[in-house]
Each structure stands twice: as structure tokens, then as C-alpha cells.
Design a protein around this ligand. Structure first.
Ligand code: NDP
Length: 330
């Protein structure tokens, strides 16, 4: 496993290139601003709407996506993953010329073959492990935030150098740009979303419901579980110190309870079949196909799930909890 830092990268390979940011959203805005502050030439390709106005306000030349695809040497597809394929097929693919670079912030569309670029272009990934606002803020603080970098196709022999230059331009090599593959990044990302977070969410909801059923006031339950921000502090300390090392911050009673409870958990191993199935569905493309069908059908299941989540009584309980406390984590 290799991590690249500033000393391993150089902006030179991108200096005489035009960097086209396609999509001025979370990642688009942050990366565009950082790249320009790094002295590189950046243009923006966007639909004519609020994001385009923002990009103009930020001082970028804003073009239509087809114009940006023509003028850019590197085209960073920073539009939502679900629309990338259509925008690529309808607008970008016919304008690609040999030697251009396609840059992605996640491996999804390339990994699943939803976008198949011609062999004459470089295909790279610089995937920040952080939301766009933090990519920008950490850059401004001089720190940067980590990213995964990968090369799917090296037509020019310069693809990795370009990926590292891009990483340097957005500040990622200050913190560490870790080399990976499109497959690994995609599978890990999806596994986190489809196995880890569901188990975590379900554990929270089951605990919440159990305690409410046992007569505990729901506001106090949500406050205890995550409302005060202690849970997010614990996650922060896990990142800073380590999962077990952060336990030093907790009382012996807490540590004993957590460690002994985790060992005693009767269904620890039973999570494995769920994880096996989730990873299998990710790897053999069943999830990608299901998600594709869902998009084509107008998101019927997704809409139902969102409606169920919005209708969950915990939403109302959280409002009451905030009023009770006059406190909200900033
Ligand atoms: P956003 O949802 O913030 O980006 C939206 C941008 O895409 C806007 O400029 C929007 O235009 C444009 N857009 C939306 N729909 C269309 C369309 N149909 N045609 C053309 N343009 C469209 O995306 P993110 O920044 O969240 O994600 C971009 C990429 O970065 C994705 O690949 C994502 O997986 C990856 N990524 C995102 C992270 C994050 O922090 N969110 C973290 C790491 C990677 P407008 O709004 O003007 O209509």
C-alpha cells in the first residue's frame, strides 16, 4: 500500500492544461477553488442554474457541459453518480479526444462498466474521503484532507502523475493520497453504506424502540444515544486515537460494560451472513443492476423508504429533545 505526499507529486503535468470541473456541487466547488488557489487553470461546466451562478460569483469561467468537455484537457465528472452515465453518453463521449483525462471522485461508474471510455484517454480517480466543504476548509487551513487515488486506464503514460498532481492541487497530498483501485474504492464505499451503516442504524433504532417500549421518555433516550453529541465525539476520538485507545476517556464502569457486552453479544457471528451477502451483491453487480432499475423506474422503492424514514416518530422526538435542551451541536 502506498501513500503519496507533496514530496511525491508535482503540479507540472497539469500546468499547461485546462481543468474542467463538470458539476459545481459539493466536490466541484471545493476542488475548483483549491485547484485555482494552487495556480492551475480551471473552468466550470454546469447546467444554467444556481450552481452556475455560484461558480460565476466565485470568478470561474462557466460554460455549458459540452463546451467544457471540448475545452478541458482534464474533465472531472463531479456530478451525482446516477447522472454521470447519461451526461457522459449524451454530451461528453462524442467530444472526447485522445490524450484527454477523465477524472472521477468515486470508482462506481467505471468499475461497473456503466461508463466505458475510449482507450485513448486517461482514466483516473481522486476520491476525497471527506465532504466538499471540509476539502475546502482544510485546504484553507493549510492542512488538506486524505484521498484515494487510482488509475483505471493509462493512455498517455502520465495518468498516475496527473492523479497525483490533481491530488496535490486539491490539498490531498498534504494529508496523504493513498493508492487504491477503482474496484477496491467502490466495493469498500458500498460495503460501508450497505452493511456497516445499516447494522449501525438498525442497532440504534432497535435500542431506541426497546427503551421507549420499556417506558423511558423518548426525548431522553435520543439525548442519551446521540443528541448531546457524545457519540460523534467518540467517533472523532476513534479517528484520532483508535477504537480501543479512546476508551481511556471513559470511566472504568463504561469500559467494563462495553468490552464485556461486546464479547457476550449472542449474534456477533450472525452478522457475517448479512455481510457476506452484501459484499456478494456488490461484487457480482446485483446491487448496481438493482439501483439502475430503481433509477429507470423513477425511484419507487427509494421514495417509499424515504417516506417511511420521514414518518418515523423519532423525527418529532428529536425536535422535542432540542427544545428541551436549548442545545444543538454546532
Ligand atoms: P453534488 O450533488 O453536490 O453535485 C451536483 C452537481 O452536479 C451540481 O453542479 C449539479 O448541477 C450537477 N448536476 C446534477 N444533476 C445533473 C444533471 N442531470 N446534468 C448535469 N449536471 C447535473 O455532487 P457531489 O459533489 O456530492 O458528488 C460528485 C461526485 O463526487 C460523485 O461522484 C460523488 O460520489 C463524489 N464524492 C462526493 C463526496 C461528497 O462529499 N459529497 C465525497 C467524495 C466523493 P445543479 O445543482 O446546478 O443543477
Amino acid at each position: 500500500m502506498k501513500t503519496y505526499f507533496d514530496a511525491d507529486a508535482s503540479l507540472d503535468v497539469l500546468r499547461n492544461q485546462t481543468l474542467a470541473i463538470i458539476g459545481y456541487g459539493n466536490q466541484g466547488r471545493a476542488q475548483a477553488l483549491n485547484l485555482r488557489d494552487s495556480g492551475l487553470r480551471v473552468i466550470v461546466g454546469n447546467l444554467r442554474d444556481a450552481s452556475a451562478t455560484q461558480a460565476e460569483k466565485d470568478g470561474f469561467p462557466v460554460l455549458s457541459i459540452d463546451q467544457a468537455a471540448e475545452q478541458g484537457d482534464v474533465l472531472a465528472l463531479l456530478i451525482p453518480d446516477e447522472v454521470q452515465r447519461k451526461v457522459y453518453d449524451d454530451v461528453i463521449s462524442k467530444r472526447l479526444r485522445p490524450g484527454q483525462t477523465l477524472d472521477f471522485a468515486t470508482g462506481y461508474n467505471i468499475h461497473y462498466g456503466l461508463i466505458v471510455p475510449p482507450k485513448t484517454v486517461d482514466v483516473i480517480m481522486v476520491a476525497p474521503r471527506m465532504m466538499g466543504a471540509i476539502v475546502r476548509e482544510s485546504f484553507e487551513r493549510g492542512e488538506g484532507s486524505p484521498a484515494f487515488v487510482a488509475v483505471a486506464q493509462d493512455a498517455t503514460g502520465q495518468a498516475l502523475r496527473k492523479a497525483l498532481a490533481w491530488s496535490m492541487g486539491i490539498g490531498a497530498t498534504r494529508a496523504g493520497a493513498v493508492e487504491t483501485t477503482f474496484a477496491e474504492e467502490t466495493e469498500l464505499d458500498l460495503f460501508q453504506e450497505q452493511a456497516f451503516w445499516p447494522m449501525f442504524f438498525r442497532a440504534m433504532l432497535e435500542s431506541y424502540q426497546f427503551l421507549v417500549d420499556k417506558g423511558f421518555p423518548p426525548e431522553i433516550v435520543t439525548m442519551e444515544m446521540y443528541g448531546t453529541g457524545e457519540a460523534s465525539e467518540i467517533f472523532g476520538e476513534m479517528a484520532r486515537q483508535g477504537m480501543f485507545k479512546q476508551m481511556r476517556l471513559h470511566s472504568p464502569t463504561s469500559r467494563f460494560g462495553t468490552l464485556s457486552g461486546a464479547q457476550a453479544l449472542p449474534f456477533g457471528n450472525q452478522m457475517r451472513p448479512f455481510m457476506e451477502e452484501a459484499l456478494a451483491r456488490i461484487r457480482d453487480g446485483r446491487f448496481a443492476k438493482e439501483w439502475q432499475r430503481e433509477q429507470e423506474a423513477g425511484y419507487p422503492v427509494f421514495k417509499k423508504l424515504l417516506a417511511q424514514a420521514e414518518a418515523h416518530p423519532i423525527n418529532e422526538v428529536e425536535e422535542r429533545m432540542h427544545r428541551l435542551l436549548k442545545f444543538k451541536l454546532e
